[in-house]
Structure formats: C-alpha cells, structure tokens
Design a protein around this ligand. Sequence first.
Ligand SMILES: [Zn+2]
Length: 428
Amino acid sequence: MEIEQTMQAMLQLGAEWEVASCRYEPGAETFYIVIRETPALWQKERCGKDDGKVYCYDHVGLTRWKHLNIFNQACELQCDLPRAKCRSCGSVYRITPPWEGLSKHFTRDFEAFALTLMREMPVSRVSDIVGVNDGRLWRMLLAHVEAAYAELPMNEVTVIGADEMNRRKGHHYLTVFCDLTARRLLYATPGRDASVWERFARAFREHGGNSGTVSQISIDMSPAYRQGAADCFGRAEVVFDKFHVIGHAGIAVDTVRRLEAGLDKRRQSLLKETRWLWLKNPNNLTDNQQRRLNRIDQHSLWTAKAYQMRLALQAIYQLPRLRARQRLLAWCRWVSRAAAKAPSQLLLPMLRVARMVESHLSGILAHWSSSVTNAFLEGLNSLFSATKRKARGYRSTRYFIAMLYFTAAKLNIPAQPNFPLANHPVPL
Ligand SMILES: [Zn+2]
C-alpha cells in the first residue's frame, strides 16, 4: 500500500474523502496529511435546512487540524474545505469534515485524547504533554461540556441536593445542585442567595425536569436555600442534610475553643494547637493527636464539653428515628443547661446549634425517612478540591463551572478509545 492509501485507511475517511499527499518536514518535526473531497461527497451531502441536493460552490482555503502524533512527531491534517450550495433553497454552507472536532483546528481524535488527559490531571500539565497552550485546551473543554450538557436529561430527577462551595477561601461562592439518586451534578451557578434557585429551576425545566415530581430536597439550613427551595420546589419535602447539621456543631466547637483560649493564660496554653483534635472524629486521630488529647485534662475545659456535645449529636444519627427524636430534644435540653452554667457565655455557639436543631426538627428528622444517603454531597467536597487543582491558574468562573460539569455531571464526552486512563471511574 502507498503511504497515502495507508493514511486514508488509518484515518477511516470513507469514500467521500481521500488523502492527496503526505509529507514529513524534519525542520517542523511535523507530519502533514493533505486531504481532499471526492465526487462521492456530492452524492451523499444534503442541505441541513431542507435536505435538498447540493453542489460544490467553492473552497474556503486551506484549513488545518492538529491530529494525534505519529511516532511522537506532530501530525497535522490539511484540507481546502469545500462549500456547498443547495439546489432548492440556495443556501451556501461550509462542509463539516468527519475528522473535525468541536473546537477550532483540532481533530476529534486529538480532542478525545486531550480530554482523557484532562480527566486525570491539571490542564496546565496536559498543556505541557500535548504541546497546546492551556487557553486553547480550556476552549476545547468548554465546547465539549456545553455540547454534552445541553443533552443532559433531568426528567427522572426526584431527589435533589444543593450545597455551596467557595472557589477560593472566603469568597467566590457557587451553589451546586445534584441528583442525589443518580449521583451526578446537575447545575452550578455563582452565588448562594435565593436567586440561584430560580436559575436552577429554569435550567431544570429546559432539561425536561418537572418540579412536581421532585419528592425531596436536601439542603443546609440557610434561610436563602430554604426560601429558594420552597419557592421553586414547593411540593418537595425538605431534608436538612446530616453532614451540615453535624458541621454546624463542629464549627461551634471551634468557636468555643477560640473563646476559651482567650479567657486566661492557663486555658490558652492548654488549648494551644488543639484545633484539629476537636474537629476530627476520635477514630481519625493520629497516634500523636490521640496522645495529646489524652494529656489534656478534659474535665476542666469547656471546649472538651462542647466536643462531647458534638460527638453526642453525631451518635444520634446511629439511632432509629423514634429514639432519634427524643434524643435530639434531650440533647438540646442538655446543651441549654450546660450553657447556662458556663462562664462568659462560652457555650453560646453550642446553644445556637441547639436552638437551630429545635427549630428545624422536622427537616432534620426527615433524614431518617430519606431514601438517599447524603454521602454524595459530602463526597463533593473532595471533588471540589480536585476541580480546584485541575483548574489551577484559571480564574474564570465559566471555565471553573465547565470543569465541575466535566468531572461530576457524568456527561457524554468523548474519551480516547482503548486508552487505559479512560476507564478510570469518576472519583465519586
Ligand atoms: Zn437547502
């Protein structure tokens, strides 16, 4: 076989296109493959508007596409693409060749390869490997995410979880909405006020979702989210997510620690560098942390008391629903009594959590009748950090959200066939 025929077979061009010539230029370290259309194209091609027969109107000039490397040398496809004119409606359009990707000047195969790498590593690293600047890689990602996201069905969604994430510490908040049954990201949008719900509800409808068939919504207890959920998904039962409830208690323990450390020198030295001891669960402590915790005289510290309260609240989630209700109320009474005895309102942060539990009791108890585990929402946190790593150096919210969809929405995006990395499960 001649090299042209070999390349034609390997590129799987079909009868409509043929390889006119191939050449290697050592100076450019690039292998060029020139392609042209055959008469068969005009037999097969039809107008996109009215399916009319077309003829060759003119050619647009040489266009280039970066293709997969050959023997580790760059490879470029070139074609003077024809334009077609419709015999019935007269419209003129550029022919889309079968090798063309979604972003400019890349072949589909090259895009699949680059996207496969982008699942595994930061875009800047992919840029080094494939020799394409990261701005172009981001545009490639965006084109694929937008095309695949448009096809994302939401008509079978019944349980939704919403959560906030911050792109950088303390600011740039996003709200993410997930299908907790299918464990996929549905929507991400900047902000964390009630308006994010309107935007999500609109996208949800556009993707075939029906708010009437959403039975449960799992959220944090923030008033904005409660309002948004009530306005947009009024029929759904609101479930206050277990991890958020416990999370509030964890934050309160940390606040108590800081308040108590500020009381006097003795407490300050007792509590020095203990932040993580109180935030972690006992079985997650390292040996060093465990020894440190054992050395602390916990009876003399209000922080230790608050810590015991957090652990007790957490333990209630192991109980059956009927007992959980009693225990939650008893927990609130215990916290109130202790807070009344504590000096300088030290346990006020815990008291606030107890009041929050009381006033959100039914939504908190809905956890026990909820059919889904919220571990997915918790797992999102690790996904967010992974996305931040991959998007490092990029500040555009649009690109960041595209990366989130790419990683967590289970979109139908091409991957390199038979490439071992492509078979890796999505990290969720
Ligand atoms: Zn036409």
